[in-house]
Write a protein of this length. Structure first.
Length: 292
């Protein structure tokens, strides 16, 4: 797993005692299926520049299958649940290494696309985590529908038709509504920043198709939820997130949990599925509303 830190302590004055006297905000970002954290650094640097936040760290990382990562290609089970368990261990290791202290930090999590699906599992794993402040799902989904499975299976089939990694990058960009209309030069730059291997792509697609419907467990999440959705070509069905807004009684695992005890906010943004590249100013504004 690879990671990067964006820390506002480097951008502000103040002694060590001042930093230790206040709580730290730690924001973890779980990327979409074929993305790389190198593509998100500019977004969150812009976010911190536009909305300076004292004592805030943003943690960007690639999970197994994405660029620059090691993983067990022969693993019997790899799905969103196994990805969430690995990220859970990663967070534990960061705490053990004293990158942050749970007793002096508030944690927010952002998931993009398939990263939202992983985040939902992670939230369930960390149900008793006392410092979880909010979760934000950007064009997220929580149940692989027929359209999504069809696109993923189509991508797997087309992977067998070429050994050209650049072609696979462009094919993935097209099928998933990413970077449509971008010129050859920009696609070349993007592919160099995200040198994902074909084996990694296959690993990730299989992890997504092996995942199950999470909606029965979602209404019981005891954390503030933010939903950010594109208004066009979302690739995922927006109605799949309505479970937070209109939880049905039969989804509750415990009758005492049927009452929503968290706050849900929804924001719509002009643009297609790939808000990171198509409308980053609006995305930054929405993230500010969700996180600050």
């Amino acid at each position: 797993m690879t990671n990067s830190y964006l820390d506002t302590d480097e951008l502000r004055d103040g002694g060590e005692s001042e930093r230790e006297s206040s709580r730290r905000r730690v924001i973890f970002v779980i990327l979409d299926i074929f993305d790389s954290f190198l593509e998100y650094i500019a977004l969150f640097k812009s976010f911190l520049a536009a909305f300076p936040c004292a004592n805030t760290s943003i943690v960007l990382f690639n999970y197994p299958g994405q660029s620059f990562t090691l993983y067990d290609e022969e693993a019997e089970v790899h799905n969103a649940e196994s990805m969430a368990a690995i990220i859970d261990c990663f967070i534990f290791k960061l705490e053990k290494n004293k990158d942050f202290r749970v007793d002096n930090s508030d944690f927010s999590f952002i998931g993009f696309g398939f990263g939202s699906y992983i985040l939902a599992y992670l939230t369930a794993l960390m149900e008793a985590f006392p410092a979880m402040h909010s979760v934000t799902f950007v064009n997220g989904y929580f149940a692989p529908d027929d359209k999504l499975k069809s696109v993923l299976n189509d991508y797997l089939a087309r992977m067998d038709d070429t050994n050209d990694d650049k072609m696979l990058f462009q094919l993935g960009s097209f099928l998933f509504g990413i970077a449509r209309g971008f010129g050859e030069e920009r696609l070349e730059i993007m592919s160099k920043r995200n040198q994902i291997r074909r084996e990694g792509r296959r690993y990730l697609v299989e992890a997504a198709t092996n995942s199950v419907d999470l909606r029965p467990i979602l209404p019981n999440m005891k954390v503030n939820v933010n939903l950010i959705n594109s208004m066009a070509n979302t690739f995922v069905n927006i109605e799949k997130t309505d479970v937070f807004l209109y939880p049905e009684e039969d989804t509750a695992t415990n009758p005492r949990d049927r009452q929503q005890v968290y706050k849900v906010n929804r924001y719509f943004i002009e643009g297609n599925h790939d808000l990171l590249r198509e409308n980053s100013p609006a995305l930054i504004e929405a993230l500010h509303r969700c996180l600050i």
